[in-house]
Design a protein around this ligand. Structure first.
Ligand SMILES: C[S@@+](CC[C@H](N)C(=O)[O-])C[C@H]1O[C@@H](n2cnc3c(N)ncnc32)[C@H](O)[C@@H]1O
Length: 208
């Protein structure tokens, strides 16, 4: 495991028992954008990268119960919380890091990554790996903090000094160009606030 990934794993193993309660409003605001914008026929295979406590799985499966979802995360304790909350046979949980996904090429119709891209020490390698497991013309949705907001930029500077797991945040434009260099075509972008502090971006793209 890369050193940054090890730090994220340790941090989230500690946070797992309080994460949903502590971050409820933030989780609602950020995952709502994905659920409301979801364009599923109903039976697709969806990979949720850095799934945490499985809130996205719970929400998407309540709208589209025939999806098949896999949640992948480095933290065993976050995955244990996710499994305890989601008993559906339409979801599976896998412990792995984004840069080494244990799935065959093109095995998912959609991939989603929410609130986690800032932890990835090698963003290009991570996007390359995400592209590998999505089928051609499949969709990838990324939601994360956005450096276009001053509050977020300042927060990122602070986290860089104080938080060993934190890696980097991006402007919408720089993230878009990372995605394009990694073989995705951006089809929709949005910026929104989650509370007064967090400035967010959502990028919907298609695998070339
Ligand atoms: C802020 S939580 C977000 C959880 C969930 N996606 C959500 O929006 O509620 C970040 C998650 O990223 C996971 N994570 C961090 N780095 C990772 C990596 N390199 N590979 C896989 N998961 C990672 C952490 O373990 C944690 O569960």
């Amino acid at each position: 495991m890369l050193p940054g990934v090890e730090a994220a794993c340790q941090e989230y193993n500690k946070l797992a028992s309080t994460y949903d309660r502590k971050w409820r409003a933030y989780i609602d605001a950020t995952l709502r954008a994905i659920v409301e914008g979801g364009q599923f026929q109903g039976q697709e295979r969806v990979l949720d990268i850095a799934c945490g406590t499985g809130e996205l799985e719970r929400r998407l499966l309540s709208h589209w119960p025939n999806l098949f979802m896999v949640g992948v995360d480095v933290s065993r304790k976050m995955l244990d919380r996710a499994a305890a909350k989601n008993q559906s046979s339409r979801v599976a949980w896998v412990q792995a890091e984004v840069a080494r996904l244990p799935f065959p090429d093109q095995s998912f119709d959609h991939a989603i990554c929410a609130n986690s891209f800032h932890y990835f020490p090698s963003p290009a390698q991570s996007l390359h790996e995400i592209r590998r497991i999505v089928r051609p013309a499949g969709q990838f949705v990324l939601v994360d903090w956005c450096d276009d907001y001053l509050s977020c930029k300042l927060c990122s500077l602070w986290l860089r000094l104080t938080e060993p797991a934190f890696c980097a945040t991006y402007t919408l434009r720089s993230c878009q160009s990372l995605l394009e260099q990694s073989g995705f075509t951006v089809i929709h972008t949005d910026r929104f606030r989650a509370g007064w502090l967090w400035g967010m971006m959502q990028i919907v793209c298609r695998r070339n």
